[in-house]
Design a protein around this ligand. Structure first.
Ligand code: NAP
Ligand code: MG
Length: 471
């Protein structure tokens, strides 16, 4: 049992003002794995006051002080890598290899990137007689989801620490364990009191307390579109900056010169990774009409060979995070079948041999872009294949979406990949499997308005001041 019953406020572990707890369920076993305390508005008030009090000193700290802190965090993070991985498997069901690999690794990557950038980052820049000074925005409220708990927390707190902000983190109720360890890491590394604070509990209570708080200068949110809209409204009264990283329904375009066996296979496996619970997943696979049957055969074989089961073992896919998510995904699979999509792999219910845990069958449909399962984010291991006639048609389908988080273009001719990538209305385009911690990550359209990762993540947390007549 993992108990996360205290909050981290003003450099100390403290009890909640009003004691109240909630169970945390292991999605692979459906058994209670631990408890968290559910904080109240009064706990948030204390955390915001601590962050406010710490801001004047931390915002004026030197680059070297902040670098020293990030380096100390890095050695603690490395030391506790294994514990973080185990916690992620237990709280949200990622297979051990994925949890210890990419999950914890993404957090480490954002930390290393923040360290590299902080060494060089130009906070001041002269333009004519004006000095443009980039200054920390202030006290930041951070609200994060459960699907990549280390990635989505680290991508916010390390840039914010690097530029001199103070913060209050509200972790997801469904995945609180790894973030609890992260708070212990920050404490051991010597983060000054009040610079980082964490209160566990419900989004509707704590999230709202943060978004409406007059002493919070900015909200950084990753999660669903509906909550993103609510947060924007709640933050409007106090004119906060709001950074939103929301959902997606991203197109994965395989060009007609590509090997279907390789690229459709890779796209299908990628979709099933993390049980499909990735905002930037390439969940609409666009393939050339002329090679459709070949693509279907590859996708069907690739989905059918994904091993699903106990995430502490050697499997490619664990459960989805909760019964709630399981039910939503099952509903979408039913919708796909009732709206006439052709089922290529998987389907309703749990995979054979698994009668406990929130396991979903890796599922593939052939459909058209106007279907519900092609338009809405399912957030589960469900891939839809859509055929295109030519490049213009592929781009048109890809852009015919309310979302615009990511896109993928795979093909032999690099120039064609690049030009198709430029035509996509989305913020992050992967070409032939590209990956880079220095790339900006964020969405067009209803996928949000923020840009995280790399140097762009620093700018999220900076105000711009003009000292006119400086020179
Ligand atoms: P969510 O409901 O948007 O939750 C994300 C975070 O916001 C959680 O910490 C949540 O707290 C908090 N929250 C909830 N209501 C709030 C409010 N009124 N004000 C402020 N904060 C609030 O997302 P979810 O429930 O985790 O997942 C639901 C759907 O969101 C998914 O199916 C998927 O479509 C989308 N999603 C997208 C991403 C992404 O990276 N783009 C990530 C996760 C989910 P609680 O802990 O109390 O829920
Ligand atoms: Mg929710």
């Amino acid at each position: 049992m993992r108990d996360c019953l205290q909050f981290y406020i003003d450099g100390k572990w403290v009890d909640p003002i009003v004691p109240k707890t909630a169970d945390v369920i292991n999605p692979a076993t459906e058994v209670v794995a631990g408890r968290i305390s559910l904080g109240s508005v009064a706990d948030i008030d204390l955390a915001v006051a601590a962050a406010r009090k710490a801001f004047p000193t931390w915002s004026l700290s030197s680059r070297e002080q902040r670098l020293d802190l990030l380096l100390a965090i890095q050695s603690e993070y490395t030391r506790r890598h294994g514990e973080l991985g185990d916690a992620i498997t237990e709280e949200m069901g990622a297979p051990k290899s994925l949890a210890h690999g990419f999950h914890v690794g993404l957090g480490a990557g954002h930390l290393q990137t923040a360290i590299e950038l902080l060494r060089e980052f130009q906070f001041d820049e002269q333009r004519g007689s004006t000095m443009i000074s980039r200054e920390p925005i202030g006290v930041c409220g951070m609200i994060t989801p459960w699907n990549w708990p280390m990635n989505q927390t680290c991508v916010k707190i390390f840039p914010a620490l690097a530029v001199g902000c103070t913060m209050i983190l509200k972790p997801p109720q469904l995945a609180p364990f790894s973030v609890q360890i992260l708070a212990e890491i920050l404490h051991s590394a010597g983060v000054p009191a009040g610079v980082f604070n964490m209160v566990q509990g419900s989004g509707s209570v704590l999230g709202t307390a943060l978004t409406t708080h007059p002493d919070v200068d900015m909200i950084s949110f990753t999660g669903s579109e509906s909550v993103g809209v609510q947060i924007t409204k709640d933050a409007a009264e106090t004119v906060k900056r709001v950074g939103l990283e929301l959902g997606g329904k991203s197109a994965y375009i395989v060009l007609d010169d590509a090997s279907m066996a390789e690229k459709v296979g890779a796209a299908t496996a990628a979709m099933m990774g993390n049980s499909g619970q990735t905002c930037s997943a390439g969940s609409r696979l666009l393939v050339p009409s002329a090679r459709l049957e070949e693509a279907i055969a590859v996708a069907s074989a690739a989905a059918s060979t994904v091993t699903v089961g106990n995430p502490t073992g050697n499997v490619a896919m664990g459960p989805v995070v909760s019964k709630g998510q399981y039910d939503i995904i099952q509903q979408y699979i039913e919708t796909g079948m009732s709206e006439g999509a052709r089922l290529i792999a998987g389907g309703p219910g749990r995979p054979e041999g698994l009668d406990k845990g929130w396991f979903v069958r890796p599922t593939v449909f052939l459909t058209t872009n106007d279907s519900v399962i092609a338009r809405e984010e399912i957030f589960g291991p469900v891939l839809v294949i859509i055929a295109y006639d030519d490049l213009d048609h592929a781009v048109e389908i890809a852009n015919d979406s309310n979302f615009g988080l990511a896109g993928y273009v795979d093909g032999l001719d690099v120039e064609t990949c690049r030009s198709v990538g430029r035509r996509l209305r989305a913020g992050w385009i992967g070409i032939n499997g590209g990956f880079d911690f220095h790339a900006a990550f964020g969405g067009y359209k209803r996928s949000g308005n923020g840009r995280e990762w790399g140097e762009f993540g620093f700018h999220e947390y900076l105000e711009i001041k003009s000292l006119v007549g400086y020179a």
